[in-house]
Design a binder for this molecule. Structure first.
Ligand code: ZN
Length: 205
């Protein structure tokens, strides 16, 4: 990769239409669908800015049980890393948070970003950038923000992917105000723009 080639962005969809739960208490908002809609807007925008973009699992129906889904996502990402060079790739998995198990509306709201427990400096830098932009745009909600600006978790797709990787939790699907925002054109655009700007701020030079 020469200095004018931009990093390869691999976008991760959330779950699938055949995965139970992962929706608002009234079932009108579904995480798998929102994630794919955001990616549908974000991918051409990143491509127009000069990035090469892949989507790990664009189809709506995903393998079950979940371990098969997650393993297939990681095989896809690591295949691209093997072909194009791990240092040239970054994985961004796009989700929506939940405070409960989906049965009722709850209070927690706002953006959060995760990296693996042992991860690269690039992962941490991208996650921190996501958080700082989210805070500056008033998307961080009502939960505490860790001093590092990101959460560390043992998520399969963060742990098993070879390249730098972050997982974004874009507000809460069981918070009524967050769902109202996410289902508005303004809200969806805010999430798309947050991803575009964070990626571009770190990898755009
Ligand atoms: Zn999710």
């Amino acid at each position: 990769m020469n200095s004018t080639t931009k990093r390869i962005i691999i976008l991760g969809t959330a779950h699938g239409s055949n995965v139970p739960g992962k929706c608002s208490p009234d079932k009108k908002f579904r995480e798998y669908q929102f994630s794919r809609e955001v990616i549908g807007i974000l991918k051409p925008r990143l491509e127009a800015a000069g990035y090469t973009v892949f989507v790990d699992m664009p189809e709506d129906v995903v393998p079950t049980p979940q371990v098969n889904e997650l393993a297939k996502r990681c095989r896809f990402v690591n295949g691209i890393c093997a072909k194009h060079g791990t240092q040239n790739c970054v994985y961004v998995s796009i989700h929506v948070n939940a405070a409960g198990s989906g049965g009722k509306w709850l209070d927690a709201r706002g953006f959060a970003v995760y990296v693996a427990r042992s991860c690269s400096a690039t992962s941490k830098n991208l996650a921190k950038t996501f958080c700082e932009l989210a805070v500056s745009r008033n998307l961080h909600g009502n939960r505490s923000i860790p001093g590092e600006h990101y959460w560390q978790a043992n998520f399969y797709v963060l742990r098993e992917t070879a390249c730098p990787a972050v997982l974004t939790e874009n507000l809460f699907q069981d918070n009524r105000d967050d769902v109202d925002f996410l289902t508005s054109p303004t809200g969806k655009e805010a999430i798309v723009k947050l991803h575009f700007d964070a990626i571009n701020q770190v990898f755009g030079k």
